[in-house]
Write a protein that binds this ligand. Structure first.
Ligand code: ADP
Ligand code: MG
Length: 247
């Protein structure tokens, strides 16, 4: 395909594990500053799609273009450097460092071997840590050891750690699982802010939450798209009700 304005263009993407197609000729397009939610029954292939985009799993066929650059041939590391951040289901934070330190260590250091921080870079870093902490609702807890945060706050911290790298596409796998109702609402607000200047791809089951954040919803079933569009449109779709929402 020729160049497009999509931040992410997935075309005819297939991965087969011993002949089983977990993702089957999938095509999906995400706009700049779009917040897309992917829903679907367990085993639909949702997590595998994220694994393919971030390079953790290699595709069998098809193309993934991020800003018109082919990603399927790049390493995980190169994909991160290209601007794709991905959060896994379980948070991976440094429990015995403070919130501030967790954010600080996530700041991308230059590629040079002269890694020591200059004064200018130190103040730039501190400003960035404070800005991100505010975005993920942790300003009051900067000096707290991460181990002492609530489950929800740990999830936010990990989102913050990803934001320190300023990704143009942020991918989150079931971010509100295990959160309280209040934390879910706060996470919805936080994501609505975050997608003002980046694209976000979220996998989620909690439909109340999905309603609050989704610009568009993609419904996956058996590795294929069953339906796609606005929340209202998707919720009214009979096939979607039958395989997913009806349960
Ligand atoms: P979802 O996230 O929608 O619940 P997954 O993407 O985790 O679904 O899994 C889709 C299907 O692919 C499942 O049947 C799962 O067992 C299978 N699968 C996922 N990853 C692998 C793998 N690395 N090897 C073999 N099968 C896999
Ligand atoms: Mg999954």
């Amino acid at each position: 395909m020729s160049n497009t304005d999509f931040i992410l263009a997935i075309e005819d993407l297939t991965v087969s594990f011993d002949g089983f197609k977990a993702v089957d000729s999938l095509s999906m397009y995400i706009d700049k500053n779009e917040l897309r939610v992917v829903i679907g029954p367990n085993g639909a292939g949702k997590t595998t799609v994220l694994d393919l985009i971030c390079g953790k799993t290699k595709s069998t066929e098809g193309s993934i273009k991020f800003k018109n650059i082919e990603m399927t041939t790049l390493s995980e590391h190169e994909i991160v450097r290209a601007g794709v951040g991905r959060k896994f289901q379980t948070p991976s934070i440094y429990e015995n460092l403070t919130v501030y330190q967790n954010l600080e260590v996530s700041y991308p250091v230059g590629r040079s071997v002269w890694g020591s921080l200059t004064f200018k870079r130190t103040s730039e870093l501190s400003a960035q840590v404070r800005k991100i902490a505010a975005e993920v609702l942790l300003t009051e807890h900067l000096d707290l050891e991460a181990a002492l945060l609530s489950h929800g706050q740990k999830q936010w911290l990990e989102i913050g750690m990803l934001l320190m790298q300023d990704p143009e596409l942020l991918m989150l796998d079931e971010p509100v699982a295990g959160m309280s109702a209040k934390e879910r609402d706060q996470t919805a607000e936080l994501l609505n802010q975050i997608c003002q200047n980046r694209s976000v791809l979220v996998i989620e089951h909690d439909m109340e939450f999905v309603k609050k954040i989704a610009h568009k919803v993609t419904v996956l079933h058996q590795g294929k798209i069953l339906a796609e569009g606005s929340m209202e449109k998707v919720q009214a779709n009979e096939k979607v009700i039958e395989v997913y929402l009806g349960h």
